[in-house]
Every structure is written in C-alpha cells, then in structure tokens.
Design a protein around this ligand. Sequence first.
Ligand code: ZN
Length: 185
Amino acid sequence: MEASDPMDFAYYDFVLTVPNEWRIITEKKSEYGRGQIAFLPPKDDKFSVDLLWENLDVYKSKGATVEAFIDNYFENLRKNRNIVDLETYKGELTKWEGHEMLYHEFKYTFKQMMRRGFTQHVVGIAIYDTHSNRFIISYAKIDPKKEAYENTARDIIRTFHCNCSESAPPTAPPAPNAAPSEAPQ
Ligand SMILES: [Zn+2]
C-alpha cells in the first residue's frame, strides 16, 4: 500500500474518499444531526477540507432548493462592495433519493479602505438532504499563492456521498400491510 492510496471515510452516513495519510479531526460535539469534521494533509495545519452539517430547516429559509441557496450566496457576494473580481462556477445538479447536491467554486478579491486585501478561492459541494433533514457542505479554501492542494481538494469533495437513504431510514418503515402509495399498473 502506498502512503497516498485513497481510503474511504464513512461516518454518520457520509462517505468521502481521502488520501490515507491525511488526518481526520472530528469536532467532539458532533452528532448525527449536526457536526463538523476536518481532513488535513500530513504535517500541514494550514490547509483543510472541511465537512459541516446542520439542521436543514435553518437553511431552507436561505433558499428553497440547494441551487437557490448557492444562487443567493453568490448574489450576496456580488452585492458586497468590498468584493471585486468575483468569479463563480456551478456544476451540474445531482439528485438521488431525498438528496440534491451542487458542486461549486468561487473566487474573489476582498478590498477594504486602508487595509490589505486578500484573494479567496473556495471549492465546495452543498447538499440538501430531505431524507435525514440535514444541510451538508464540504469545502476547502485554496490559497492562490500555494495551490498545491487544489486538485486533491476537488478530488476529495467530488467523492462525497450520503447513503442515509440506502441504510436505515430515519423514520419508521410503513407497516407491512399498509396500502401501497401507487397502485400497480
Ligand atoms: Zn443523506
């Protein structure tokens, strides 16, 4: 086995593939409904791919769908007068049972009077999970002067999968003799 072979990380129905020498730090108050995990390369605490999840109800007020949420987020960046050179990218919307997932990237320069500006580049994936009622986001901030982890971060984030609808359902299954919701043809 090579040091950088991929390994599957699975936790609370989330699955991500990360290089096997990376470290995994779980915020200790994490639980199924909300929490935070950081994936860090060896010997470098300045870079991380973060995974956060929260109750979906909080986020639905910011966008009825995951695409509306991202559109609103981009719109707020666009309205911010301290933000210049904004570039945004939305990937294709992925849907599976109870899940909507949207890959995205954005880059901008933040400038404020009398202060030094900085450039931010974020790669991420946002998920509305109506099956487990969670908002999930995985993202990494790429340092434009040090883009060493850029492609690794994209690779990790793109492997994200939530299998809550394939494992035990969060709600009780219907009684065995319950009427089927759709009559057979
Ligand atoms: Zn799920």
